[in-house]
Design a binder for this molecule. Structure first.
Ligand code: BG6
Length: 506
């Protein structure tokens, strides 16, 4: 059970608080996982009375969370734990109001001085808020503990991330800082560790001797929706690849940790990032493809192109799609290409990792010199239809020895008694108990930026690097398959894990 504590949310009038954070906290309440004495203090610029804030959060839970009739009373009681205070977050002096409010709630409820500060604000405030809290003595305490959760993006490039890190470390210790990456909160992402390290059969094969390539895809069906203003300054590389997808690659590629604790696990992830070979200028041209969606028809309905979206520059060169190839230069992975692909307005929403195993060294069943079957594939489906799929060769019953690829699959949905918790539920609870395993450590974030920043710089400075259009609803620029060596292609997944081939439900 976590210590008694107050969770202070900066940016409390924003979308994330209502849609994700408060519903996740209420879910913890339902499961009796919150501390005995607990309060949420929302901080925002808009002036609204406590009661109105509570109402809005209750609405948020009803719309975005899970709250059937039997929980209405509990929701009502929960709402009484929510408080709100408005301040000017850019005014250092105004933070005295946060301090006073915390003291008041703390002594009323007898909390004991433990506070989490959650920064769900525009990134420009990620340096300011912690500094101003510290100038009121809220960064350290003899009585309780203090922690800060920082939303992504952590920095805009290597230099800004370094600067932010340095600024935070002036007033806080690394173990007070929780850099959130909601992908690490996904049950299926955590299951990568369990699949690899609790089974004897995968790990011996998990290296350059048996793996031909690794492919990570994160496709979104939606476009930029109402986030054009933010996205146009960000793009797919910053929005998805630098954080979420490299973190997934880190868990796939890491060495077994010496023990299951935050430091050991995060040390191994860091080593992966440090081993990723930086791309040369020439490789940035040939191994990274960027694209932008164009207007098109999806299921007969017209959809706008990226440049027509609200908040987007009509001449924007921001990428809504990235596909890239890179290598992890270490003993385990030397020579094995890793492919990452991510985009908006693709045919379906799917995130998965595909481990492509090498073909058999000698073909017994091939026809005309071909192997007859492709190499085995292990597909770790992160979402939707969460599960794991192994593809292998089977004899087609009857005469001869004809081989066909078949599926062996596990779907989380078969565990009917289990529900998959939301990422924020898991991550908030981890921070409440002081477990940082599923949060990104500063050195790893910087290391990821070291790999990504030269690509972003080249895109900005080199007019010869093309950005390709792709029709909304397609799998991105046509030339993406050229990245994959030989006659292989990307896997083109469907909504359902075990469907593939030409016809599938999107
Ligand atoms: C966010 C990005 O971090 O992740 C969004 O800013 C993206 O652009 C989202 O849509 C994807 O998250 P999920 O959990 O839906 O895969």
């Amino acid at each position: 059970m976590p210590d008694n504590q107050i969770l202070v949310i900066f940016g409390a009038s924003g979308d994330l608080t209502k849609r994700k954070l408060i519903p996740a906290i209420f879910e913890l309440e339902k499961q009796k996982l919150l501390p005995e004495k607990f309060a949420v203090l929302g901080i925002g610029r808009t002036e609204i009375p406590n009661e109105e804030f509570r109402q809005k959060m209750v609405e948020g839970v009803k719309i975005h969370g899970k709250c059937d009739d039997k929980y209405l009373q509990l929701l009502d009681d929960f709402a009484r734990k929510l408080y709100y205070k408005s301040i000017d977050t850019k005014d250092r002096a105004d933070y005295i109001k946060v301090k006073d409010e915390l003291q008041k709630i703390d002594s009323d409820l007898d909390i004991g001085g433990n506070y989490i500060f959650y920064l769900s604000t525009p990134p420009s405030l990620y340096g300011i808020i912690p500094e101003y809290l510290a100038s009121h003595g809220l960064n350290k305490s003899e009585k309780g503990w203090r922690r800060i959760i920082i939303e992504k993006p952590f920095g805009y490039d290597l230099n800004s991330a370094k600067e932010l890190n340095k600024r935070l470390l002036e007033d806080y210790d690394e173990d007070q800082l929780y850099r959130i990456d909601h992908y690490l909160g996904k049950e299926t992402v955590q299951n990568v560790l369990v699949t690899r390290f609790s089974n004897g059969i995968f790990e011996p094969l998990w290296n350059r001797n048996y793996v031909e390539r690794v492919e990570i895809t994160s496709a979104e069906y939606i476009g930029v929706e109402n986030r054009g203003g933010y996205y146009d300054q960000s793009g797919a590389m910053r929005d998805m690849v630098q954080n979420h997808l490299l973190q997934v690659a880190g868990l796939i590629a890491m060495e077994p940790p010496s023990s299951f604790d935050s430091t050991s696990i995060r040390n191994e992830v860091l080593k992966v990032f440090q081993s990723i070979r930086k791309l040369s200028d020439e490789e940035i041209h040939s191994q990274v493809i960027r694209g932008q969606y164009l207007e098109s028809f999806i299921k007969g309905q017209p959809v706008p192109g990226y440049r027509q979206e609200k908040g987007v520059d009509p001449d924007s060169k921001t990428e809504t799609f990235v596909a890239m190839k890179f290598f992890v230069d270490n003993w385990r992975w030397g020579g094995v290409p890793f492919y990452i692909r991510s985009g908006k307005r693709l045919p379906t929403r799917v995130t998965e990792v595909v481990i492509h195993f090498k073909e058999t060294p000698h073909s017994l069943f091939g026809v005309n010199g071909s192997h007859g079957v492709e190499g085995n594939k292990l597909i770790i489906r992160i979402q939707p239809d969460e599960g794991i799929l192994l593809k292998f060769g089977m004899k087609i019953p009857g005469a001869g020895f004809n081989v066909q690829t078949v599926n062996m699959d596990f779907h989380y949905s078969n565990l009917t008694h289990e529900r998959i918790p939301e990422a924020y539920e898991r991550l908030l609870l981890d921070c409440m108990v002081g477990d940082s395993t599923l949060y990104s450590r500063g050195d790893a974030v910087l290391s990821a930026w070291e790999f990504i920043t030269p690509i972003l710089d080249a895109w900005r400075n080199d007019p010869l690097i093309k950005i390709y259009g792709y029709p909304a609803g397609s799998w991105g620029p046509d030339n993406c398959d050229d990245l994959v060596s030989g006659k292989a292609t990307w896997r083109y997944p469907c909504k359902n894990l075990s469907d593939d081939g030409l016809y599938c439900e999107l």
